[in-house]
Design a protein around this ligand. Structure first.
Ligand SMILES: [Zn+2]
Length: 288
C-alpha cells in the first residue's frame, strides 16, 4: 500500500528510520511526504522556511525512508515561485504541494505552468480548510476549473473536497470529458481520496466518484493525512480497512448506476490501482 498524503510539520520529528517502521506496521511501504509549509501559509519561528532549506529537509528525510517521494510545499504566489519550481525540480523533488489559504488557485497559474513544463505533479488541498484563517472559499472545487487550460499538468485535489464532493465529481466529469475529446491540450486531474470526508459520508462520496458515469479508476490515489513526525499506524489501518470495504462493495456491483448504452465498468482492481498502480503514472516515473 502507498500513502500519497503525509505531512511533515514543524517541531519534533521522528527519524526517517522510525517513520518507516511505523508506516510498515500499517502495511504502507511508500508514498509521498509533503515538506514543511512556506511562510505564506504560516510563519514558524523555529524552522528555516527558506525554500532551499525546506526542499533539502524533505529530500534528505525521504532519502533515508526508501519508497517515499519528497514533495515540496510551495506558495505559488511568492514573487519567485517559478524560480522555486525550476530550482527544486533540479534538486530532485518529486512534485509540489499547494494549499490555497490566502489566495485563489488561479493566482498561482504561472507556477503551475512551470510544474507542467518540468513534468512534475501538483497536489492541491481542496474542501474546508481547518486553519486559522477565513480560507475555505479558496478551496471549492469549481475554483480549480481554470486548470482545464493548463496543458500537460497532472494534479490532484484532496479530501474528496469535503463538503463539496458532488461539485468535485461534476468538475472531474467535465475535465475528463474534455481530456478525452481534446487530449493534446489537456492535463489530467486525479482524486486524492485522503480523509477529511467523515466516515458517515465517505461511502456515499466514494460511490459518487466511481459510479457517476466517467472513466475514473486510473485517476484515484489513496492517502491518510498522517504526520511524518509521528505516523499514526492505527489511524492508517482504520482508513485502509474502511476504504477497502467500501471499494469491495463498489466493485461487487460496478454497473449499478450505468446509463443504458454506456460501456460496462470492471472495478475488480480499484483498490490495487488507488493504493499502488496509479502512483507511477501520476508522478510521471517509477521510483528509483
Ligand atoms: Zn493534508
Amino acid at each position: 500500500m502507498l500513502d500519497l498524503h503525509i505531512h511533515m510539520h514543524p517541531g519534533r520529528k521522528d527519524t526517517p528510520e522510525v517513520f518507516k517502521e511505523k508506516t510498515m506496521a500499517a502495511g504502507v511501504t511508500g508514498g509521498a511526504v509533503f515538506g514543511l509549509h512556506p511562510e505564506g501559509y504560516q510563519v514558524e519561528s523555529n524552522e528555516d522556511q527558506r525554500w532551499q532549506a525546506r526542499a533539502e529537509q524533505i529530500m534528505e528525510f525521504c532519502s533515508r525512508a526508501p519508497g517515499f517521494r519528497p514533495v515540496f510545499w510551495i506558495d505559488p504566489t511568492d514573487a519567485d515561485a517559478v524560480e522555486q519550481v525550476y530550482g527544486t525540480a533540479e534538486m530532485g523533488v518529486a512534485g509540489y504541494k499547494v494549499i490555497c489559504n490566502h489566495f485563489f488557485p488561479v493566482d498561482g497559474l504561472k507556477a503551475y505552468q512551470a510544474m507542467a513544463e518540468v513534468d512534475l505533479p501538483l497536489m492541491f488541498h481542496s474542501g474546508v480548510l481547518y486553519d486559522q484563517k477565513v480560507s475555505s472559499d479558496y478551496n471549492r472545487p469549481m475554483s480549480f476549473e481554470f486548470l482545464m487550460d493548463v496543458k500537460d499538468l497532472r494534479y490532484s485535489l484532496a479530501h474528496i473536497s469535503w463538503p463539496w464532493s458532488a461539485e468535485l465529481v461534476a468538475l472531474f466529469g467535465k475535465l475528463n470529458c474534455l481530456a478525452e475529446r481534446y487530449a493534446e491540450n489537456r492535463g489530467a486531474m486525479y482524486f486524492d481520496i485522503t480523509p477529511g470526508t467523515p466516515p458517515i459520508y465517505r461511502r456515499e462520496a466514494m460511490r459518487w466518484i466511481y459510479m457517476i458515469g466517467t472513466k475514473v479508476k486510473h485517476r484515484v490515489l489513496w492517502g491518510t493525512d498522517c504526520e511524518a513526525n509521528d505516523y499514526k499506524t492505527d489511524y492508517a489501518l482504520y482508513w485502509a480497512k474502511l476504504d477497502r470495504e467500501i471499494m469491495e462493495e463498489i466493485s461487487a456491483d460496478p454497473n449499478a448506476y450505468r446509463v443504458s448504452g454506456q460501456e460496462e465498468y470492471d472495478y475488480s482492481d480499484i483498490w490495487e490501482l488507488a493504493t499502488e498502480k496509479n502512483f507511477d503514472p501520476f508522478f510521471g516515473k517509477p521510483l528509483k
